[in-house]
Every structure is written in C-alpha cells, then in structure tokens.
Write a protein that binds this ligand. Structure first.
Ligand SMILES: C[S@@+](CC[C@H](N)C(=O)[O-])C[C@H]1O[C@@H](n2cnc3c(N)ncnc32)[C@H](O)[C@@H]1O
Length: 203
C-alpha cells in the first residue's frame, strides 16, 4: 500500500522523535522493542554494509521496521537513492511520518514477518540489493526470526546482506541454522543502549 501524507512535513527533530518513540513503546513495547530511535552512529554503521553505485540503480533496498527513519536517512546519506527504498513499517503513525520525510520512497504499512504479504507485493518482483532490519527479533520465537532472515537471503543474490542491529550479547539467529555466515560489528557504545551490527550473508 502506498501511504501518502497530507500533513506538512515534520522537521527531523530528534527530541520529537524521541517522544513519538517512547509513546509507541508505552503502547506496544514488544512491537517497538526500543525506547528511542537509533543514533546516527548506529545508522551509519548499518548503512556501511549496503552496496551502492551505478550497478545498483534498478535494485530496491528494503528496510523493515524503519520507525521514524533514523537509519533510513543514513541509507540516503550513504548514496542509496530515495526512490530505491521500500520501507515496511507496522505503525500507521510512523508510516505517515516516513511518507512526509521520504516522499520518493515506497512506504508499506504491514507486517514484515509475513511471507508473501504486503511487503512482497510492494516489491513487485524487483531485485533487492540489501535488507536492513530494525525489527525487535528477540520478541519473536526462534522459528520466526530464522524465517525472516532466511527468507530475505533467499530473495537476494548470493553475497547480498541482511543487516540487523542488536542490543543483545547473543545472536538472534545462529548462522548455521540458516546456512549463512554472520559478520559481527563492534559495539556502538554511544547508542542508547549500546548496540552492534550483524550482517548475515549466504554464498
Ligand atoms: C527497535 S524499533 C527500530 C526503529 C528504527 N529502525 C531505528 O533504528 O530507530 C523497531 C521498529 O520495528 C517496527 N516493527 C515491529 N514489528 C514490525 C513488523 N512486524 N513489521 C514491520 N515493522 C515492525 C516497530 O513499529 C518499530 O518502528
């Protein structure tokens, strides 16, 4: 579904995003999985693993669980064209906000865990260069976590990244469970709470 916003574009105001995020967490803590948006340092660390350049021009970059767009902005700063972005977010309020901030991106209001659901329809068969995830995977059982990473890797060419951040000391999915490898980044200590970037690949 394409969400268009009639509201005036919001200023990218860190403190108003913090308030929105915290309100969302009070309402649905397991869906939000965090009390504040990711820092720019963490967003930049995630974006660094996304391939960019002329060869990527026709490909989509799928972000699942983009929230208020903190990581999305870092993807654009890295050089991912805004029109290449497909943003799949569960919260209708965040979808409105994303539509006002990133009017050339495709916004999908839906459940990013659902295979062959709205996200797949929005991609409309396009090749995906990378999947960037802010989903709170630890709120889901192992089988669901494995399915979302494995399903994303299945959809992409060998070597393409599934990029996840995590606050946890343990991995949300052991790579051998899904026939993948994982690169584990160093802790971004200035994120609240500290987090690290995990990049799963196959092939
Ligand atoms: C931890 S926040 C991360 C937000 C953002 N990526 C960031 O780093 O600031 C998790 C986000 O995932 C969204 N989310 C949770 N479950 C989802 C689902 N099943 N499908 C799509 N989005 C989901 C939440 O609404 C929230 O915006």
């Amino acid at each position: 579904m394409r969400v268009s916003s009639s509201r005036a574009a919001d200023p990218r105001n860190r403190s108003s995003d913090d308030v929105r995020f915290f309100r969302g967490w009070l309402r649905r803590p397991l869906v939000m999985g965090a009390v504040s948006p990711s820092s720019r340092r963490l967003g930049r660390a995630m974006a660094a693993s996304v391939p960019v350049g002329p060869g990527m021009a026709d490909m989509a970059v799928l972000e699942i669980g983009p929230g208020t767009g903190a990581v999305t902005q870092c993807l654009i700063d890295r050089g991912v064209p805004e029109e290449s972005l497909v943003l799949a977010e569960y919260s209708p309020e965040f979808c409105e906000l994303l539509a006002s901030r990133f009017p050339k991106a495709r916004i999908v209001r839906g459940d990013a865990y659902a295979p062959n659901g709205d996200v797949e329809k929005a991609l409309a068969g396009r090749s995906v260069a990378a999947v960037v995830s802010g989903l709170p995977l630890f709120t889901k059982p192992d089988s669901v976590r494995e399915a979302v990473i494995s399903g994303s890797l299945d959809r992409m060419a060998p070597g393409s990244p599934f990029i996840q951040f995590s606050y946890a000391l343990t991995l949300p999915v052991k790579p051998d469970r899904i026939g993948a490898s994982v690169e584990i980044g160093s802790w971004v200590k200035l994120n609240l709470p500290p987090a690290r970037v995990l990049v799963y690949r196959r092939g």
